[in-house]
Design a protein. Sequence first.
Length: 335
Amino acid sequence: MTRSRTTPPRPVDIAAVFPELAAHRRTATRLHPRPGAPGPGDSSVGGPLLWPADEPWPACERFHVGMVTTDGVRLGRRILERAWGRTRRGETLVLAEQEQADLKRAEAPPTDEDDAKANPMPLMALAQLYARDVPGLTCPEGMDVLQVLWCPHEHDDLCLPAVHLRWRRASDVTAVLADQPEPATVEYDDYVPEPCVLHPEVITEYEYVESLPDDLRKRIEDWEEATGHDYRGELSLALGWKVGGFASWSLSGPQPVVCECGRDMKPLLTIDTCEWESPYGGSWRPVEEPDHPAGEFESLANPNMPTAIVISRGYALYVFTCPDSFDHPLRFTMQ
Ligand SMILES: [Zn+2]
Ligand SMILES: [Zn+2]
């Protein structure tokens, strides 16, 4: 069993200060993805899915011309990882001639042949959540695995990858599909996840400040001014990938998310860029994570960006589902 991750206690119990917040409280499960080698039987980000060998892999209906090849993204990361791994802290990155040539090849735009291979474009496995691992993950009747795939090209209003969900019963899958397909090209390298294992942890969240009743919000703001505490940043919503909880509305301000059936929808999954505020600091950094760089060598990735997924300029993508039926269309917001 892997090490767990623990969110530090909040600097103040905000519900003790404002008991009315009890009506604006939800649990969320921080997923805490960390680099690893997940298999199809594991909960993961960027790992193989428990996909039946005899079931077709889904594809995007659109034709996309990619900016970079998926293999190139992975190759480029490995080259840079190696090079940073031998670079002492504070020193400049130096690439050997061969590495420069390999990197150039890795970053080259797709050829017509790559684009042809990419049509139809298989979806990319993004995450897999087993209900047994993720408290608070509510599945459709009889199902116990959520599989998240996306098409790593810009779609629709949000100009973000199109997210697709599949629900399964793990015991239905007797033979797992080997050599799982993936798209030959992606729009940006930011859309290719690094394989991560998960360390789910249940936490408490309080609703986004601007979504609270005016009177309560005003009193919280006065209290922040008097005490120096930060409801928005430290006391209400966690950073990082999570299941459940509340959405932030820091870009657009609160918007209703209403299903076509009329029900208010709830965030099922948050796909976030950063797990905490800065590589070695911030209120949401689990206590197990170092507060300063360890060892004498640099590394490619920031510890607070383990999945390598970047949503636009560092935002989060929220996937909403309808409480009435898992068959009703998903909705999304980026904040
Ligand atoms: Zn697509
Ligand atoms: Zn609905």
